[in-house]
Design a protein around this ligand. Structure first.
Ligand SMILES: NC(=O)c1ccc[n+]([C@@H]2O[C@H](COP(=O)([O-])OP(=O)(O)OC[C@H]3O[C@@H](n4cnc5c(N)ncnc54)[C@H](O)[C@@H]3O)[C@@H](O)[C@H]2O)c1
Length: 449
């Protein structure tokens, strides 16, 4: 363990390796989110766009007392890879290159795509580990063949090594941007690394393709984050593997759209001790993600991820008068004319003083992939930072980016976006040996005795 790593009080900075050289970002899934992310990074690199929505690129971080006036950009405070040094690789069962995929997804307008089309057309997906059993609404021809799941996962490892070599990458990260797989519960085969590896050899049906990518990444020393609600890396076998190899992992399900708003609004209602009788959320969307979620098994995976947030934020057990028994319903409707431009409606039945009812209506004309792309960027850069800081295992400080934050068994996840944001920044301060910000502020008034 490097010097300073063991400190208890946060007063000494961690030893963080320099981010020199290239960082490869490996993306299982070259669909709407991945291509919006890649097109955006390239547009920023060419000076055409600003990195809006990205904390690593735009957010500042306050250090010390308010009177010290120290608030550098996060990217000047912690050593992050430069956008210029990013290389992209992807797998997809659909053989379209990134240009064809971006055109098909309809997220970006033609002019923006044209500006980076040469770059996008150079990114071809590698053959995927894909099985229709896990994503029923999808067919693809760009698929690896292998006798066992172990063989397929070994082929992914070889892809990772080849990519690293061909692109001259010093470091890699992998972010699952593939479709939502059917719902899988935890099973004995996920309980230890040995059982999981035996399960791969026996083609165990509870081992989904996304798990093979996560396993391959961890075996190759590559940090892994999961942008979909699938279990994937959130099983004991893979968290143990991440821990034993000291590789950062994070998940699950990018927090965009309706859930983003939910985790902004619910903490505010609770802060004011306003009651909630019910929250009904419905969406229409017409992209490929929407089509995949039209399958009830994939929707179940998503629904579980979306439903969790309110209970954790509102804590009905602690505030039964305000939140016990509140209704929470979430619907996703596949409606092709809308494409990637989702519309999400929320109806909140709340109550206040003397129990008087009130309503809040939200109509969010949302662009999912536009909200997701900067999350992919931040996760890539922060996972790489964590790796260089020798911070292996579950990265709970990245909960900010997820609908179902992965936490250690026995801990409940934190969903309140403001607490998540604070935790993220305090972790960065801790890494650099800066004081935590408590917002107490009595020192400005000479203290109280
Ligand atoms: N768009 C958002 O804001 C958002 C928010 C939260 C989560 N997500 C999740 O992120 C994922 C990507 O979303 P999207 O809008 O880009 O979807 P998309 O359908 O446009 O892209 C997903 C891609 O993954 C590919 N794929 C499926 N199985 C694969 C496998 N085994 N290996 C490699 N590739 C595979 C598909 O062929 C497709 O091209 C989905 O799981 C979605 O639920 C998206």
């Amino acid at each position: 363990m490097a010097e300073g790593r063991d400190r208890k009080d946060g007063s000494e900075p961690l030893d963080i390796e320099d981010p020199g050289g290239k960082l490869g970002v490996l993306l299982p899934g070259l669909g709407a989110v991945s291509t919006t992310f890649i097109a955006g990074v390239e547009s920023i690199r060419r000076g055409l766009k600003k990195p809006i929505g990205s904390l690593t690129q735009m957010n500042t971080i306050r250090l010390g007392k308010r009177t010290e006036q120290r608030a550098p950009l996060i990217k000047d405070f912690v050593p992050l890879a430069e956008l210029e040094d990013l290389e992209f690789g992807a797998w997809d069962p659909i053989p379209d290159n990134a240009l064809e995929s971006v055109q098909g997804s309809g997220v970006l307008d033609r002019y923006d795509v044209e500006q980076v089309s040469d770059f996008l057309s150079s990114i071809e997906p590698m053959p995927a580990v894909f099985d229709k059993k896990y994503v029923k609404k999808l067919d693809g021809s760009n698929v690896k063949q292998g006798e066992t799941k172990r063989d397929l996962a070994e082929a992914l490892r070889e892809d990772i090594r080849n990519f690293r070599e061909e692109k001259g990458c010093d470091r890699l990260v992998m972010i699952w941007c593939g479709s939502t797989e059917v719902h899988l519960g935890q099973h004995e085969v996920h309980s230890t690394v040995d059982k999981f590896e035996r399960g791969m050899e026996e083609n165990h049906e509870k081992i989904a393709p996304s798990m093979l990518y996560a396993w391959a990444a961890l075996k190759e020393g590559v940090p892994f984050a999961n942008g979909a609600p699938n279990l994937t890396q959130d099983v004991p076998a893979l968290t143990q593997l991440a821990r034993s190899k000291n590789i950062p992992i994070a998940g699950k399900d990018f927090k965009t759209g309706q859930t983003l708003l939910k985790t902004i609004i619910a903490p505010g209602l609770k802060a004011r001790m306003l009651g909630l009788e019910g929250w009904f959320s419905t969406n229409i969307l017409g992209n490929r993600d929407g089509e995949v979620l039209d399958d009830p098994d994939s929707f179940k995976t998503k629904e579980e991820s979306k439903l969790g947030v309110l209970d954790y934020i509102l804590q009905p057990d602690m505030y039964p008068d305000l939140y016990e028994g509140h209704e929470h319903k979430v619907r996703i409707n596949y409606y092709p004319p809308r494409g990637d431009n989702k519309e999400g409606w929320d109806n909140l039945d709340i109550f206040g003083w003397m129990g008087y009812p009130m309503q809040i209506k939200i109509d969010f004309l949302c662009r999912d992939s536009i909200l997701a792309a900067p999350i992919v960027l931040d996760l890539a850069l922060f996972l790489d930072l964590a790796r260089r800081a020798d911070m292996g295992g579950i990265q709970e400080w990245l909960s900010f980016y997820f609908k179902s934050p992965q936490v250690k068994e026995g801990l409940y996840p934190e969903h309140d976006i403001f607490i998540q944001h604070w935790k993220l920044k305090n972790t960065l301060r801790w890494m650099r040996g800066e004081d935590q910000i408590t917002h107490l502020g009595t020192e400005y008034y000479g203290g109280y005795s």
